[in-house]
Ligand binder design. Structure first.
Ligand code: ATP
Ligand code: MG
Length: 393
């Protein structure tokens, strides 16, 4: 019996005139993701993609890859049958025998998009349901409250059978490449990788920037950030990571600015440098992992001061989330174990004892007046290292 993989997509079918374009982006993303994994053929029909993977041993990894592609809402394996009701019945019984165990309540749902097929959908249900019922004496039909729903889809190019309960959930969202590009400020913490994942989920292509204060932060802290970028790349195929040398800026801030302003002045440098890198690489927004009220630098007044220095949207997808919700997502995307490794982040090294929580722009600007902001930014930009980070396994 032949088995295919069936991936269903969701939101892009609502996109009216853009639907075809967005479907092509999704198909391309799938091709890219499976390129070095398996040989396959794809067919598209009504918000579903039928993927014929030639090598049986590659199917698990194909399912795993599909489960990380934005735009796909569910994935399942399905048996292929001839477009012939007798063959559909035979394949259904053979394929689903392990699902339809004694005591199971089941129903059949059929969909016929090939209008040339002689039976209408309700007739397919009756035929297939009756046959299954006859073949397995210990199971019963229950259309209102089934344990298992047997789905039969008759398409122009074949008939397919699967059990609804065997579907696994996909990422949902929009395919990457249907939104614009944004630059993520990626620290080594829990929050920013989650923020990056959330924006990617909306179809936005993500690049990342990290501010690195060697030797105050170690090589291992840098490796940790690269590792986090590679976890994000599992969902996005690749992440360009820009590493910005930040030590000189931090030392000057520490020496010349009032201690309670250290964090905010530093954050403003990060934002300015990030904006320059974004513009140079065609990103149209910045993404950060801030959550309102989480720490002193994330009060609304602090965010006002931080974001005032940039002239592009600053996306903060975690802004209304609690830490435990963020942690749940971090675990779900596979980043948590890496995020909690103990290596110091550049912010933690230079944290003031009593940071200001209700800053005014004018005061912070005055503190900054002690520094040659433009020269410091240019020096930092001259030392940027670009790393192309590929998916981690
Ligand atoms: P995270 O868990 O993402 O580190 P956080 O709760 O520790 O966030 P902050 O340290 O205040 O918060 O940083 C706020 C945001 O600023 C981060 O989510 C991240 O987007 C960005 N950021 C902080 N430090 C760095 C850094 N060293 N490099 C790049 N971005 C950074
Ligand atoms: Mg942090």
């Amino acid at each position: 019996m032949k088995e295919i993989i069936l991936a269903k997509y969701g939101e892009i079918i609502l996109k009216g005139g853009n639907r075809g374009k967005f479907e092509n982006v999704l198909l391309n993303n799938i091709r890219n993701s499976l390129k070095n994994v398996a040989e396959f053929k794809m067919r598209l029909a009504q918000a579903a993609i039928y993927i014929d993977v030639f090598d049986e041993s590659k199917k698990d990894i194909v399912v795993e890859r599909l489960s990380k592609i934005f735009g796909i809402v569910s994935i399942t394996r399905a048996a292929a049958a001839e477009k012939d009701i007798e063959d559909i019945k035979r394949v259904a019984v053979e394929y689903l025998k392990d699902d339809l165990t004694a005591g199971t309540k089941f129903k059949v749902e059929a969909r016929r998009s090939d209008k040339g097929f002689p039976l209408k959908s309700p007739d397919i249900c009756t035929e297939v349901g009756g046959y299954i019922d006859d073949c397995f004496p210990d199971i019963t039909v229950d259309v209102h409250n089934p344990d298992k729903t047997v789905r039969v889809e008759v398409r122009d190019f074949g008939a397919y059978i699967y059990c609804e309960e065997n579907k696994i959930q996909g990422q949902g969202g929009m395919p990457i490449g249907t939104g614009s590009k944004a630059l993520l400020l990626l620290s080594g913490g829990i929050d920013s990788p989650v923020a990056g994942h959330m924006m990617s989920k909306r179809g936005v292509e993500i690049e990342a920037v990290n501010f690195f204060s060697y030797p105050y932060t170690s090589e291992r802290a840098k490796e940790k950030v690269i590792e986090l970028a590679s976890i994000l790349a599992r969902y996005t195929s690749k992440v360009n990571l820009y590493i910005v040398p930040f030590t000189e800026i931090q030392l000057q801030i520490r020496d010349k600015c009032p201690e309670e302003h250290l964090t905010l002045v530093m954050r403003r440098f990060m934002m300015r440098i990030a904006e320059r890198i974004a513009r140079a690489n065609k990103s149209v927004a910045l993404v950060t992992g801030e959550s309102a009220g989480q720490v002193a630098s994330q009060t609304l007044a602090a965010l006002d001061v931080t974001n005032a220095v940039v002239d592009m949207p600053v996306l903060q997808p975690l802004i209304g989330m609690d830490k435990n919700e963020i942690i749940e997502r971090s675990i779900a995307i596979g980043a948590y174990e890496t995020s909690i490794l103990p290596y110091e982040d550049c912010c933690t090294v230079f944290t003031p004892k009593h940071p200001t929580t209700n800053p005014a722009r004018a005061k912070i600007e005055k503190s900054e007046g002690q520094l040659d902001v433009e020269a410091l930014i240019e020096d930092a930009l001259a030392g940027v290292e670009k790393i192309e980070v590929l998916p981690g396994v």
